[in-house]
Structure formats: structure tokens, C-alpha cells
Design a protein around this ligand. Structure first.
Ligand SMILES: Cc1cc2nc3c(=O)[nH]c(=O)nc-3n(C[C@H](O)[C@H](O)[C@H](O)COP(=O)(O)OP(=O)(O)OC[C@H]3O[C@@H](n4cnc5c(N)ncnc54)[C@H](O)[C@@H]3O)c2cc1C
Length: 445
């Protein structure tokens, strides 16, 4: 049983995504690690989390270098749906409150909101063209009985977080350009907007570089030696000696190299199709004319949005087989589902399809914190498919926590408690398959 097929670790080639086809160039000339080098803090992983950590550290004058196996943004950060929004947990708020307490849950919710604001701030401060869309995200009832849950959720958000959400009837969805045969109503929240994720991650890299961080793409960490004096990180081209290390590899975490992560995460595939640009008439024919971020109410949810320029992005889970041979079947499955949900666009060519790994944790919440007693190894990960905003926030948070003990106390306890090991980790592929079957059954009732 394999968690990740070697085909999925094609670090030398970019994924064939619409983002790769449309992104602004990085505009930096960066080199792989070569020879023997040293620094105070080494960051592993060049996505939102690693770059946000590097940006924060370099901005505070820390000598930091970052190792990335592929090009900058090669992982999930450069290939996601571009939903900058809240929701980086799979634990229900009810269980969260009983496990961590009301105060910690509210602090976590506020952190998620802050993380969305941070994406906009980063874009503004560092001049990144992120293709920001209108604010708001809507969950769409895929069964009529979900409307009662929406009304309960509306009350819960108001009373617990002071957040106002709107419950929309089927007719109101149509009026707002959010129509589809499977959508029986919606719950519209005010937080969240769309971004071009590869433009965003490249912009973070430029900012970190300008602040003084050493960025090394095509520098896969192959071996990690640890001694009392520090850490020695070995790549094909060189070695990096570092006093402290932050591992920001999320769904691509190499458990054989970063052994402190072993058995603690489940990489899960998410997949996306993108259409050719749709005309105004085609949009009207479907009744979907807005760029509002949208999901359906399934556990195994689909996420979708109209992109600036008129293409439509449709995403969902990507199966449990990450081999290249399995990809065409998932593409066909995604296309079939898309046609069922958006029948007016059956004729529109699908120009791009790709997959990538998100990261799940045993406790179903993100983790930001140290992994060793000496506090020389740190990590931030497990955003449960929702790390555009939370990865940015968590990368900055882990850097702050590493530098300042006081910062740890200020973090929401939900994310700092622990990164628990799964019981019988070898069975993680089965857990995932089992969860998909169970959630699929729930989604039909
Ligand atoms: C298809 C898809 C759609 C998604 N849609 C959304 C969305 O719309 N909104 C949202 O919020 N989130 C979404 N996500 C999740 C989001 O993209 C991730 O949570 C986020 O990008 C995680 O960022 P990261 O920097 O922690 O990890 P990543 O961006 O995955 O970066 C980890 C990096 O570590 C590198 N690495 C791995 N091993 C090594 C090694 N040995 N040495 C050096 N480097 C290494 C990898 O090359 C990779 O670039 C989606 C994910 C996928 C796959």
C-alpha cells in the first residue's frame, strides 16, 4: 500500500495546469544549492508556508535559506484552486469546542479570518498581481435537506463568531447568477476571494528574496543528519548546515527523510479541470455569471469558480491512486461530474486537468510548532485542502514562534497542541479509502 506514487513526485517538470500556462514569470535568477553552505535557519519547501516563513525570518534579519525540490511553487501552492478562504480543518466546530474550549476555537476562527486578510495584505505590500476576485464564498445545498443545516450554521456563526451569513433560496441563487440543477439553496459568507495561486507564490518568493532569504529551487533534501551541534541537510548538489530547520512540505512531506513526521499525516489527492473561456451568452445559458467562490455541501465536496477572463475552474477529490496511469480515469470522472452539475457547458472544451496533494492530520486541524524538545526542528502543515490563506499565516506564525517564546502563547491552542501519530500508520491508505466510502454514503442522505 502506497501513500504517494513516485509518478506524483515529478519535481523536474511543472504540472500542466492553467496557472502554469498563465502566470507572470518569477523574474529571479535562482540557483540550486551547490557546495557546502551554512545558515541559521533552513526552510524545506518553497510553497506558501515555506516562503512566508522565509519572508518573516529574513525581514527580521535572520540568516535563512530555503530548499525546494522543484521550482518555486511546484507543490500544491502553485496548482490549487486559488480559493483564499477559511476552512483549514475537518473537525466540526462542536468537537473543536469540546476538545480545545470555546476561547481557543474563537481564536482559531479569527486566525483563519486574519489569514485571508494576510493574503490581500501580502499582495498589496509586495505588489503581487494575484487576480483578486470579489469577496464572499457560498456553500450550495446539494440536497434539499441541507437547508436546515444551513439555518443552524447561520445561527451558530452569528452567536459564536459574530459572523453574519446569508441563507439563500433556490430563487435567490438564480437571481445572483449562481444557478445549477443540483443547487437547492445556499449559505453565503462574507470572507474569502479568488487568487492566481502561482502568481501569488512567485510574488512571495520575490518578496522573501528581496528581504535577503537565500532561495534554492531544484534542491531536493535527500538526507538529513542531526547532531548536538545542529543539522546537516544533503541535496544532490551540496550540503547546508543549519542551527534550526523548519519543514514546510505539507502534502509532499518526505517521511523517510523528515522522520519526525513519520506516520503523522495523510497526503490526499485533489484534482481540477479548467474550461476554455466561456462567452457571456454561454454563462447566461447556465445561469452562472459571478466570480463568487463556491462549494457544494458534500463532505467530498466540489469547489468551483468562474475565473477572470471567463474560464471555469472545477475541482474535487482526486482519488487514491496517484500514479500517472490512473489520471485519465479521474479526468473522465471529474468531467462527467462537471457536466452533470453544469449541463449547459457540456460542449465547452476542457483545456487543463491536473492533480496534487493536500495534507490531512489525525486531529483534523493544522499544526504549527516544534517537533523536538530542543526546539530546533519546526513545522507548519495540514491545512486539509485549504492552505492558500492558512499556509501564508502558518508560515509567518512558525517563524515568529521559533524566534520568540512569547509568540507561542499568543497562538490559538487549536493549532499548537500536537501533531499526533496515526494509529497503525501503515494502514493510512485504507483509512483514506474507508473515509471516502463513509463520506460518500453520508453525502447521498
Ligand atoms: C488540486 C488542489 C487544489 C487546492 N485548492 C485549494 C484552494 O482553492 N484553496 C486553498 O486554500 N487551498 C487549496 N489547496 C491546498 C493548498 O494548495 C495547500 O494547502 C497549500 O498550497 C500548502 O502550501 P505549503 O507551502 O504548505 O505546501 P506545498 O505548496 O505543497 O509545498 C511543499 C513543497 O515542498 C517541496 N518538497 C517536498 N519534498 C521536498 C524535499 N525533500 N526537499 C525540498 N523540498 C521538498 C515540494 O516540492 C513542494 O513544493 C489545494 C491543493 C490542491 C493539490
Amino acid at each position: 500500500m502506497q501513500l504517494v506514487h513516485p509518478d506524483a513526485l515529478h519535481f523536474e517538470t511543472p504540472v500542466e495546469s492553467y496557472w502554469e500556462a498563465s502566470a507572470d514569470p518569477l523574474g529571479l535568477s535562482l540557483s540550486p544549492l551547490a557546495g557546502d553552505a551554512s545558515c541559521d535557519v533552513a526552510v524545506i519547501g518553497g510553497g506558501f508556508t515555506g516562503l512566508s516563513a522565509a519572508l518573516e525570518l529574513a525581514g527580521r534579519g535572520v540568516d535563512v535559506r530555503l530548499l525546494e525540490a522543484g521550482h518555486i511553487g511546484w507543490g500544491a501552492s502553485g496548482r490549487n484552486g486559488g480559493f483564499a478562504c477559511i476552512g483549514s480543518h475537518k473537525l466540526s466546530y462542536g468537537t473543536m469546542i469540546s476538545r480545545y474550549g470555546l476561547e481557543a476555537t474563537i481564536a482559531f476562527y479569527n486566525a483563519m479570518k486574519d489569514s485571508v486578510a494576510l493574503v490581500a495584505e501580502n499582495a498589496e505590500r509586495h505588489g503581487i498581481d494575484i487576480w483578486k476576485t470579489v469577496s464572499g464564498e457560498v456553500t450550495l445545498a446539494h440536497l434539499p435537506n441541507r437547508m436546515d443545516e444551513f439555518r443552524d450554521d447561520q445561527r451558530f456563526y452569528r452567536e459564536t463568531f459574530g459572523e453574519e451569513n446569508e441563507v439563500l433560496s433556490r430563487g435567490e441563487l438564480v437571481e445572483r447568477g449562481l444557478a445549477g440543477p443540483e443547487f437547492h439553496g445556499g449559505l453565503l459568507g462574507p470572507v474569502g476571494f479568488g487568487v492566481h495561486p502561482l502568481n501569488y507564490v512567485r510574488g512571495l518568493a520575490r518578496a522573501a528574496h528581496a528581504a535577503g532569504a537565500g532561495l534554492h529551487p531544484r534542491s531536493r533534501l535527500l538526507r538529513w543528519e542531526e547532531s548536538v551541534g545542529g543539522h546537516r541537510l544533503v541535496t544532490a548538489g551540496g550540503t547546508l548546515a543549519a542551527r534550526r530547520v523548519i519543514v514546510c512540505t505539507n502534502g509532499y512531506t518526505p517521511e523517510d527523510v523528515s522522520t519526525r513526521h513519520a506516520g503523522r499525516i495523510i497526503p490526499a489527492l485533489s484534482s481540477i479541470i479548467v474550461t476554455r473561456p466561456l462567452s457571456q451568452d454561454e454563462l447566461k445559458a447556465q445561469g452562472w455569471t459571478t466570480e463568487t467562490l463556491a462549494y457544494d455541501s458534500r463532505n467530498l465536496l466540489h469547489y468551483f469558480r468562474l475565473l477572470p477572463g471567463g474560464r471555469f475552474l472545477f475541482g474535487g477529490r482526486g482519488g487514491t491512486d496517484s500514479s500517472a496511469a490512473a489520471a485519465p480515469a479521474y479526468r473522465a470522472f471529474m468531467t462527467e461530474t462537471f457536466h452533470r452539475m453544469f449541463p449547459a457547458w457540456k460542449h465547452a472544451e476542457i483545456t487543463h486537468y491536473w492533480r496534487g496533494f493536500v495534507c490531512l492530520a489525525h486531529d483534523r486541524v493544522p499544526y504549527v510548532g516544534a517537533l523536538d524538545d530542543r526546539k530546533t526542528v519546526w513545522t507548519a502543515l495540514a491545512y486539509h485542502g485549504n492552505g492558500v490563506a492558512m499556509g501564508s499565516w502558518s508560515g509567518r506564525a512558525v517563524a515568529r514562534m521559533m524566534l520568540d517564546e512569547g509568540a507561542r502563547a499568543a497562538m490559538p491552542g487549536v493549532v499548537t497542541r500536537r501533531l499526533a501519530r496515526f494509529p497503525l500508520p501503515a494502514f493510512r491508505p485504507l483509512y483514506l479509502k474507508g473515509a471516502y466510502v463513509w463520506f460518500g454514503w453520508q453525502d447521498r442522505h
